[in-house]
Design a protein around this ligand. Structure first.
Ligand code: SAM
Length: 271
């Protein structure tokens, strides 16, 4: 039998609450379940009190009903991104080819892999820590994870075959990074947050080449803020995709969906 931890749930709650954790009861419950011993629990609580995101302390995050591994230094999948997954799943044809670009932990791809039957699943990220983490989540869903800048590391034979290009890229405007909560600002890498002056630098690069990778009728889905969405939609339209903006009040989420027309001629560069 496991020895009783020296900290009780109620002392953990009090400690977390004094450190400013809003959901102290829920967090305490998770930390107590996760701890292998009393000393382990004390160490986990201390890391949380020091400011680490709960998911980095636990080593996992709940996303779309699944437990995703999230290593230190890797972006924690956000609740609102469930909307991107839902939309992509609703638009998927049979046996879809799916690419999760800017995959971070691979949460989006892994969640899609869990609901789509016989999907061919790929993911890519520029950050080595993210790729290592995504290999655990996406590998478990039978997918492959590639390391490099946007489309560069994808297998060439995916060109023109992708049904769903699901992208949650960084989209925080550079000047807004300092306004983010410390959990994000201090513990998530800048490359996962900083989207340039208006937050849409990566979106424009994703849009520029998307039509070359999508199959006719294939969809690019990109998360953005509601303010950014019309500009992201313009970038998709400039690059030969038919855009539409989808929002979800419940999750405070916004996704721009761009469809490659079925009778488009795609030239190199996608413009
Ligand atoms: C906002 S995070 C989202 C991660 C994941 N899609 C999710 O929703 O949890 C953005 C991710 O994009 C990656 N990224 C940023 N620039 C990139 C680039 N040029 N090529 C590939 N990945 C990039 C970052 O490393 C980070 O993992």
């Amino acid at each position: 039998m496991t020895a009783l931890p020296p900290l009780t749930v109620s002392t953990v709650v009090t400690t977390l609450r004094s450190a400013g954790c809003v959901f102290a009861e829920d967090e305490a419950r998770l930390l107590v379940i996760e701890a292998r011993s009393g000393a382990d629990l004390a160490a986990l609580v201390q890391r949380r009190v020091d400011g680490l995101p709960l998911e980095h302390v636990l080593g996992w995050a709940e996303f779309c009903g699944l437990r995703m591994a999230v290593d230190p230094g890797v972006f924690v999948p956000r609740r609102r991104t469930k909307f991107l997954v839902r939309l992509a799943a609703d638009l998927a044809p049979r046996r879809p080819v799916v690419v999760d670009l800017c995959c971070g932990s691979g949460a989006v791809g892994a969640a899609l892999g869990a609901v789509l039957e016989d999907a061919e699943l790929h993911a890519a990220d520029i950050d080595a820590a993210a790729v290592r983490c995504a290999r655990r989540n996406i590998g478990a869903a039978g997918g492959q994870v590639h390391e490099g800048d946007l489309y560069d590391p994808l297998p060439a034979d995916l060109r023109g075959r992708v049904d769903l290009l699901a992208v949650n890229a960084p989209y925080v405007p550079t000047d807004a990074i300092e306004l983010m909560p410390p959990e994000a600002r201090l513990y998530e890498p800048l490359v996962a947050l900083d989207g340039g002056a208006d937050g849409l630098d990566v979106h424009r690069r994703v849009a520029a080449d998307a039509a070359n990778w999508l199959t006719p009728g294939g969809r690019l889905l990109v998360e953005a803020s509601e303010r950014q969405a019309p500009h992201a939609a313009e970038a998709l339209a400039r690059n030969g995709l038919d855009p539409r903006i989808e929002t979800c009040d419940e999750l405070s989420a916004c996704v721009v969906v761009g469809t490659r027309p079925r009778r488009s001629t795609v030239e190199s560069g996608g413009r």
